[in-house]
Design a protein. Structure first.
Length: 407
């Protein structure tokens, strides 16, 4: 595409950013997304139509830099959109959650890198894996990268990848040891390893890079970048904490799955009877389980909405870095939302009956997808509980500025 045309297109798109209505965008694609759920599950990746719907709706550019046609909106918009999509398709919600979360980081990279990733296609779904599973060595003009990363959600639809790395041979004088880098699809091998209990449609396969050159403008040190201190961050959203935003985004997707599971359970139980003809809905034990699970999911929704409001307030203040208190509180709230959803669905699935064992049962799908999502490192309940408790007792997160922030 002609560069002038691209710039004109980006300018006209960014001009309407403040008018972007995520609720209308979600509503416009819900039927397509819902219809693709089974296909994505069978393919073990997001279906092409679902991926196209995410891009065409504008949801994929929610946090993309305005300079390249994005909206640069608060994480709250993305969190709520993912929760709404999770009500009909866990795979579509998860892939959108992950890929836009990566935009949240890419907006902190040098302009030259952003231009390569976004120019001509602000609706990119950028996959990758943030864990420092690769190693880099300095070479003239940049770095040499090798590694294998797990959990590359949405990788089948991604033209670019973001990877977490560490120095191969760190020296005491190195200011930072962890970096995040951008790599084009041509340099990445996708290995189909995604055979799992749940989240099958996310296509979270292994990603392999071998001895690939990464120019210096496609690499950023993790610690200051994730804290919001990148000199390339031109908007408030890129000056927020990454380790506050990512778990919050994830919790939105999980909440949507839990709400869908609760709704499906209520609908199914309303017409279930014992072999003796007694309505399941009249069973006091069943009623107690529903009351408790519904309360947990409603509490999770209220906590999510409160977190979104706090993100909006932090956007307005625009003071980086976020305090350690704000950062660990966001991460704890996110992990607790996911834990509430896990408990609620586990309790309901235990009494969903023999029909809950079959593929296609929506309660079973919510159960297996939430159980799988709970294994993500950023919301691991034991890990985050330890960080939260340590901070409350000592005021210290135990971070190493040379590596990556913990919250």
């Amino acid at each position: 595409m002609n560069k002038a045309v691209v710039q004109k297109k980006a300018s006209s798109q960014s001009a309407t950013a403040s008018d972007f209505d995520y609720k209308s965008a979600v509503r416009s694609i819900l039927p397509r997304i819902a219809a693709s759920t089974h296909e994505s599950d069978k393919l073990r990746r997001l279906s092409d139509d679902a991926a196209n719907a995410l891009r065409e709706s504008g949801l994929a550019r929610t946090i993309t830099p305005k300079q390249f046609g994005g909206y640069e909106l608060s994480p709250s918009v993305h969190i709520r959109a993912c929760a709404d999509l999770g009500n009909v398709c866990s795979a579509a919600s998860w892939v959108l959650m992950v890929c836009v979360a990566h935009d949240y980081i890419i907006g902190r990279f040098p302009e030259e890198c952003q231009r390569e990733v976004y120019e001509g296609d602000a609706d990119n779904l950028v996959a990758g894996s943030l864990a420092p599973a690769g190693v880099i060595e300095p070479v003239e003009g940049g770095w040499r990268l090798t590694g294998r990363w797990l959990f590359g959600s949405g990788c089948d639809h991604s033209p670019w990848f973001i990877f977490g790395t560490r120095l191969a041979n760190p020296k005491p004088e190195d200011e930072y040891t962890n970096y995040h880098v951008m790599v084009p699809r041509a340099d990445v091998v996708i290995e189909d390893t995604w055979h799992t209990l749940g989240m099958r449609g996310s296509g979270s396969k292994d990603l392999v890079v071998t001895n690939v050159f990464v120019p210096s403008h496609r690499a950023m040190p993790t610690y200051p970048t994730f804290l919001g201190l990148s000199p390339h961050a031109k908007a408030p959203t890129y000056r927020l904490s990454v380790y506050s935003g990512l778990p919050a985004m994830l919790s939105g997707s999980v909440l949507g799955m839990a709400e869908a599971g609760l709704k499906a359970f209520l609908e199914a139980t309303a017409v279930r009877f014992t072999p003796h003809g007694v309505a399941k809905a009249k069973n006091p034990i069943m009623q107690k389980r529903v009351a408790e699970s519904a309360a947990e999911i409603a509490s999770a929704r209220r906590l999510l909405e409160d977190m979104c409001d706090r993100f909006d307030a932090l956007m307005a203040i625009d003071q980086a870095p976020m305090s350690a208190q704000e950062r660990i509180q966001m991460r704890w709230d996110s992990a607790y939302i996911v834990e509430l959803c896990r408990r609620a669905i586990e309790r309901l699935y235990a009494v969903s009956g023999a029909h809950g064992l079959y593929e296609g049962n929506p309660v079973y799908r919510a159960y297996r997808d939430i159980m799988t999502a709970c294994h993500h490192a950023v919301i691991d309940f034991d890990t985050v509980s330890g960080l939260k408790g340590q901070f409350e007792l000592t005021g210290d997160l135990g971070e190493n500025p040379r590596g990556a922030p913990l919250a």
